[in-house]
Design a protein around this ligand. Structure first.
Ligand code: GRF
Length: 233
């Protein structure tokens, strides 16, 4: 099988990167991880990728000062050298210029820890808790010039629990991220995603019938008296 060559761009721990690397180990997976690129020399994920035999490189953004495009031109050169066809941003903490984004239009994915378009930006878990939402999650989307926007390929949701703090909620969302990112990349690399009118149309994707309802009130939310039929009108 001719596999699509993917670069994973990271800045830190790289757990989504590892999920992508593991998925790509399967013979039937349509993508191979040809490169892990970090903008930070101390990114923990680099050593994990190396342990998996993946080629890694660091392009330290600090060396470029404020010249974002110059930094990106260096990245582009390395991506070309490794014949990369799709980019996966996985905790890559640099804003990208319209020049770079346009160059990778519909070929660059990002994972965001919220159900977009809700909670764009940082601190998504705390903001979800503060807003009192009952369902939270993660989204994989194509990157466009506007941050945390762009056609959504896949989303996964979790119930928000009353005793959650940002850390416990983040942990459950992260587990979902590790499921949806490999799946979304597989769909894109396999040529099963078309962008039509700003929305992703997935070839052969189905949707579960069941609704995720939170909270689950076993008694349907009725009072004890309701249940006994005394207060019904
Ligand atoms: C993830 O929560 C991802 O959604 C966000 O940054 C975090 C990266 O985590 N974009 P990791 O480096 O993949 O562990």
């Amino acid at each position: 099988m001719n596999k699509t060559r993917v670069a994973v761009l990271i800045s830190g721990r790289g757990s989504n990167m590892t999920a992508l690397i593991n998925a790509a180990k399967q013979a039937s997976y349509p993508a191979e991880i040809g490169l892990v690129l970090s903008n930070r020399p101390d990114a923990v994920g680099l050593s994990h990728a190396q342990a998996d035999g993946i080629t890694t490189t660091t392009i330290d953004h600090a060396a470029y000062g404020r010249d974002r495009e110059c930094f990106e031109r260096s990245m582009q050169q390395v991506l070309d050298e490794h014949r990369i066809e799709i980019i996966c941003l996985a905790g890559f903490m640099r804003l990208l210029t319209p020049w770079f984004v346009r160059r990778w239009e519909e070929r660059m994915l990002n994972i965001h820890p919220a159900l977009l378009p809700a909670f764009k930006g940082l601190d998504t878990h705390q903001r979800a808790l503060s807003a009192g939402v009952k369902i939270h999650g993660a989204s994989v989307h194509f990157v466009v010039a506007e941050m945390d926007s762009g056609p959504i390929v896949a989303q996964g949701a979790v119930a928000v629990r009353e005793d959650d703090d940002a850390e416990t909620l983040a942990a459950r969302v992260l587990a979902v991220e590790h499921l949806i990112y490999p799946m979304a990349l597989g769909l894109v690399a396999g040529g099963r995603v078309r962008v039509v009118g700003g929305r992703c149309v997935i070839n052969g994707g189905s949707s579960p019938r069941d609704a995720l309802i939170v909270p689950l009130a076993d008694d349907g939310g009725r009072t004890t008296e309701d249940k006994q039929g005394r207060t019904e009108t």
